[in-house]
Design a protein around this ligand. Structure first.
Ligand code: ATP
Ligand code: MG
Length: 390
């Protein structure tokens, strides 16, 4: 039997990035103590946690210390070695489990899991050998070749038009295990975040619509303007099925493509999933009565899960390091004072010490009484920050 961990207990997290930082903030707000394991002495989460264990993810002494101090452990990024989570699970409750995280770490395993859950994904082929490369079906082209492991923000992906380009791309990616996905004509992209407790109860956040620029999430909007209630319900049902199929405990985000179904309607295609809170769910901090990070706390602590409610329409703008440079390439601080003069703006900066182009430095959530007002304010904020129009 799992016991409930009440405030006062210590919650541990593998990884000290911005997701870990927001998790720590949520846990501390509820009265928990926190411990972060991350090798970086200046990690965003380590800087705000009660304890920071600055070792590698597979360091035995570091893992032993985390298990000593933390009453339950979670993860904030999917590339933490699954074996580290499995080792921790011998001593403490770990949610999500190492096995579930391992599935999310590998695009081939992930797609197989979507299939096992009865959820369609884009047509694909696994490419691990020259023979598999040579026998790829023609109808997967034009496609996108993605490394099976360690890709994020569009990294480790090459768009390929034909067989020659495919062969060159596999070479360029170092002939590592890849999946080739058929390139789909996307009508839009959405994602849904579910939280599943150890007792199998599932709650979900509202479905969010996402806009990517250069393979990186740029804008999230809720309620999703292009998504009918029926399509949203289907996304929620499928995310729940994906979680249930692996006995998942914790917060899970599933990204979907929306495509034409060939009969005048829209169809959902699963893209990928993340075994943790997700960038597209950051709006839940300011626009819902329970954030995705509070849900993560509740799952790992064995607290009740209550259906989250969106209390304000919201738009989130990702703040990448590009904003910290002017046209001449000189470093500057964005005009936060002007942005914060707009009503309903919520600024979140992650405490990263240096800005780089494409690096996620923070996000801005805009809430308003109605969607049109949120959009108008978001347009104005984007303009002040030098972001493209929404
Ligand atoms: P992240 O982990 O940051 O979400 P990622 O690097 O894992 O990103 P994907 O989610 O696989 O990458 O792809 C990034 C974006 O590229 C998608 O959100 C979508 O806009 C586009 N894309 C990916 N696969 C396809 C596809 N099969 N057809 C059309 N567009 C695609
Ligand atoms: Mg993605």
């Amino acid at each position: 039997m799992r016991t409930t961990l009440l405030p006062g207990a210590t919650l541990g997290v593998m990884g000290g990035g911005q997701l870990g930082r927001m998790f720590v903030h949520a846990a501390q707000a509820m009265g928990y103590r926190t411990a972060v394991l991350d090798p970086d002495a200046a990690s965003p989460a380590g800087l705000v946690s009660h304890q920071h264990i600055a070792t590698g993810y597979l360091d035995e002494a570091g893992l032993a210390t985390l298990a000593d101090v933390a009453d339950a452990i979670t993860t904030e990024f999917e590339n933490v070695p699954a074996d580290a989570l499995r080792a921790l699970a011998a001593r403490r409750p770990v949610a999500p489990a190492g096995d579930a995280v391992a599935v999310c770490q590998d695009r081939a395993a992930e797609k197989a899991h979507f299939g096992a859950s009865g959820v369609p994904c884009a047509p694909y082929a696994v490419i691990e050998t020259p023979e598999q490369l040579a026998t790829v079906a023609d109808d997967l082209l034009p496609g996108i070749l993605k490394t099976a492991r360690l890709g994020y923000d569009g990294k480790g992906q090459v768009r390929v038009a034909d067989r020659a380009a495919l062969a060159a791309a596999w070479q360029e990616l170092g002939r590592v295990a890849c999946v080739l996905e058929k390139r789909l004509a996307l009508r839009l992209e959405l994602s849904v975040i579910v939280a599943r407790g150890a007792d199998g109860q599932v709650v979900h956040f509202p479905v969010q619509q996402n806009l990517h620029r250069d393979g990186i999430l740029a804008v999230t909007e809720v309620p999703a303007p292009g998504v009918s209630p029926a399509l949203a319900a289907q996304a929620v049902q499928r995310a729940g099925a994906i979680a249930a199929e692996m006995g998942y405990v914790g917060v899970l985000c599933v990204e979907f493509f929306v495509v034409d179904d060939g009969a005048g309607g829209l169809a959902l295609v699963a893209n990928e999933m993340a075994p943790r809170p997700h960038n597209s769910g950051h709006y839940t901090i300011d626009a819902c009565d329970c954030s995705q990070f509070e849900a993560q706390v509740r799952c790992m602590a064995g607290l009740p899960l209550v259906a989250p409610r969106l209390h304000s329409p919201a738009i989130m703008l990702n703040l990448l390091g590009d904003l910290w440079f002017d046209a001449a390439g000189t470093e500057r601080e964005p005009a936060w004072d002007a942005v914060l003069a707009l009503p309903g703006t919520h600024l979140h900066l992650y405490g990263k010490t240096s800005a780089r182009r494409g690096r996620k430095m923070g996000h801005l959530t805009i809430t308003a009484a109605d969607a049109a007002a949120a959009r108008a304010t978001a347009e104005r904020a984007a303009q002040l920050l030098g972001l493209p129009p929404l």
